[in-house]
Design a protein around this ligand. Structure first.
Ligand code: FAD
Ligand code: MLT
Ligand code: ZN
Length: 484
């Protein structure tokens, strides 16, 4: 099939207005961090699963590669095409229906293009909670969240996106529809296909809908902002909070002063609370199923114990929902503030919680010895052992130049320590394009071989998001266009 006949077929399938070609497609072609600028053959926007399946079937027939895309907020450049101009971007953004809510079963079924915020709001309207929560929730889609197995700020209580998904509807690389939208909590009927697609970053198939697990809304939620002298104390506070609050602990985020100072510099309207003498802050959230008073008593007891044990030096408890939201906005503002400071080297790592203070101490020492002027932003989901250990260029230097010259050596230094501590080089953002060539150094050959076998079985023509997660396999005989 020629490119022209493919485009013609795609227009017939989704309508002329939803096959975008030519200029003006930059927002689909570059990633959120503006690290990758690709070129699409076309952006195709199906409105239904049947349309998405027909698009995939046509692309498979034409042997043209497909890059699924949701909100394009991913931080590893997984949702953007390469520069060849041969790949079709399949945008799920028109598929935004909430298909069903079963309040008794505590599940909802939504289409992949719903933003995370829309999903949260629909659950709230039914009096329930969908607890996944990310700084990007106004733009990212539930399909993208599942494709990346996103984490966020409530994992300590509710788990990653994977734990919140009971069933999926998926269009395969060949354009078949797998209807796996089950609301069952138990189903041991063979290999778990749902878990295979979750976290596969669009390399195995396209998620078109999902059945999600819902929870009761907490009766009361309280947020505290706490200052601490070092990360060891933050870790001890986490242990104490776990003991005292148990499942009531629904958020435990840590931030260093540099992260907050960038928020103060670039987003001053957020007014981050800062204690200059205290290098670390923790944002702690308690969700209580009894009452506001019960929650307040528990939180005050925790903070008193922490003060007595010398773990914290100062604390604010938000007096209203608005104040709590303002504190969360500060935490969520770090990503944007950092981006405004200039392109940085992101390391989204996970380590056993008990080893995090030691890891940070050793990583800081190693980096500052070799690059004394770099600025290290450390923040993240301490409750999950997930740190964003990001390195910003020295002041007065150009970020792109500094990163081009030193980025690889800096990341190798960080990842070597991650390996020594038995950690992971991607806790929640995935591999995408940016970490693809780093992955083989940190994943066992057997694991990589099994991943390749799965890819080969589900996508033998190598047309699903090629070049992401795994380097593309050699082209199949007769393949043209997208298969690299
Ligand atoms: P996209 O960026 O469009 O795509 C991401 C990947 O998923 C790509 O590989 C793409 O091909 C694939 N994909 C997308 N949709 C589908 C689909 N329907 N079927 C198959 N594959 C698909 N991430 C976290 O984990 N935790 C955080 O706390 C967090 N905070 C963030 C804060 C900010 C300010 C920003 C900008 C990003 C943040 N992220 C976070 C990263 C990002 O928001 C998540 O990875 C999110 O899940 C991506 O969703 P998306 O719809 O934007 O996906
Ligand atoms: C976060 O925790 O804020 C996100 O994962 C985004 C980031 O790494 O900055
Ligand atoms: Zn994060």
């Amino acid at each position: 099939m020629t490119t022209e006949s493919l485009l013609h077929l795609l227009r017939q399938t989704v309508g002329d207005a939803h096959v975008l070609t030519g200029a003006g497609l930059e927002r689909y072609e570059r990633d959120w961090q503006q690290r990758v600028h690709g070129k699409a053959l076309a952006v195709v926007r199906p409105a239904s699963t049947a349309e998405a399946a027909a698009v995939l079937a046509a692309c498979a027939q034409a042997r043209v590669a497909v890059v699924p895309q949701g909100g394009n907020t991913g931080l590893v450049a997984g949702g953007v095409p390469d520069a060849s101009g041969t790949q079709v971007v399949l945008s799920l953004q028109r598929m935004q229906a909430v298909r069903a809510i079963d309040a008794h079963n505590m599940t909802m079924t939504v289409e992949a293009g719903c933003t995370l915020q829309q999903v949260q709001q629909a659950a709230a309207q039914a009096g329930l909670l969908f607890p996944l929560s990310l700084g990007s929730e106004g733009s990212c889609t539930i399909g993208g969240n599942l494709a990346t197995n996103a984490g966020g700020t409530q994992v300590v209580r509710y788990g990653n996106a994977r734990e919140l998904c009971l069933g999926l509807e998926v269009v395969t690389a060949q354009g078949q529809i797998w209807e796996g939208l089950s609301g069952l909590r138990k189903d041991n009927t063979g290999y778990d296909l749902r878990d295979l697609f979750i976290g596969s970053e669009g390399t195995l198939g396209v998620i078109t809908a999902a059945t999600l697990r819902l929870y009761p809304q907490p009766v009361a939620q309280l947020t505290a902002w706490v200052a601490l002298p070092d990360l060891q104390q933050a870790s001890a506070l986490l242990q104490l909070a776990r003991q005292q609050l148990d499942a009531g602990l629904s958020g435990f985020e840590v931030m260093n002063q540099l992260a907050l100072s960038l928020v103060a510099k670039h987003l001053p309207q957020l007014r981050p609370p800062m204690w200059q003498s205290q290098p670390w802050c923790v944002l702690l959230e308690l969700s209580d199923s009894q009452s506001e008073q019960h929650a307040r008593e528990r939180l005050e007891r925790l903070l008193e114990a922490a003060l007595q044990q010398g773990l914290i030096s100062d604390a604010i408890v938000a007096a209203s929902v608005q104040q709590a939201q303002a504190l969360w906005h500060v935490r969520e503002g770090i990503t944007l503030a950092q981006a405004q400071e200039g392109q940085n080297l992101k390391h989204d790592v996970s380590i056993a919680i008990s080893a995090i203070p030691q890891f940070v101490q050793q990583a800081n020492a190693a980096l500052l010895q070799a690059w004394p002027d770099v600025r290290i932003l450390t923040y993240g989901h301490l409750g999950d052992g997930n740190l964003h250990y990001n390195v910003q260029h020295p002041q007065g230097q150009t970020p792109a130049q500094f990163n081009a010259r030193h980025g690889q050596a800096i990341s190798e230094t960080v990842y070597a320590l991650v390996r020594r501590f038995g950690g992971s080089i991607s806790a929640e953002h995935g591999i995408g394009a940016l970490k693809r060539d780093t992955l083989p150094q940190y994943k066992s050959p057997v694991a990589l071989q099994l991943m390749r076998a799965i890819k080969q079985a589900l996508d033998p023509q190598a047309l699903m998001n090629p070049g992401k997660v795994l380097a593309a396999l050699p082209a199949q005989p007769g393949a043209q266009g997208g298969a690299e």
